[in-house]
Design a protein around this ligand. Sequence first.
Ligand code: HEC
Length: 166
Amino acid sequence: MKAIRMVATLVVTAALIVPASIAVAGDALDVGYPEGYRDWTHVKSMVIFSDKHPLFGAFGGIHHVYANDMATKALKAKKPLPSGSAIVFDLLEISESSGAYVEGARKFVAVMEYNDKYKKSSGWGWQVFAGDTKDAQLGTLADQVACATCHEEVKSAQFVFSEWRK
Ligand code: HEC
């Protein structure tokens, strides 16, 4: 009886982890370090500075969003992002100094790469690189699903929250 309940729980949990709408393929973990992204186009920045924000724990600090040329053109034109588009979320510590918020050490570089080869995961591959390293942090599909699940909130915008402003 206990065993049956456990199996039932596992099945339900698995269903929650992998929603039918976002089946994630293994190769989506192949996303490489976004070499040269500091020369890409800056899209926007945001400071998350207190736990009044729900994402403070994971994303507290200052982040800058960069898009490669393909992604920039599409974001500007409000057109679908083509295969080869990549967007970076560059998160740095912040501290207060004489009435200013100043940047500190890099916490991580998160990357979303849109590519036909990731068609099983709605076209997106996800990865996170710790600090100033090129050490990939996402090693399992569940990690990727966690990214995709939250970004699914903006599925109508191809999973991308950031919009181009003038
Ligand atoms: C709980 C929700 C949530 C989770 C989980 C999440 N993100 Fe995001 N992500 C956001 C939000 C909100 C933004 C927009 C930030 C802004 O407006 O500056 C964002 C922005 C981004 C961007 C810039 C492009 C865009 O959509 O604006 C990248 C790249 C990114 N996230 C990667 C990741 C990766 C990789 C993971 C998984 C490790 C992840 N995210 C997990 C909420 C989330």
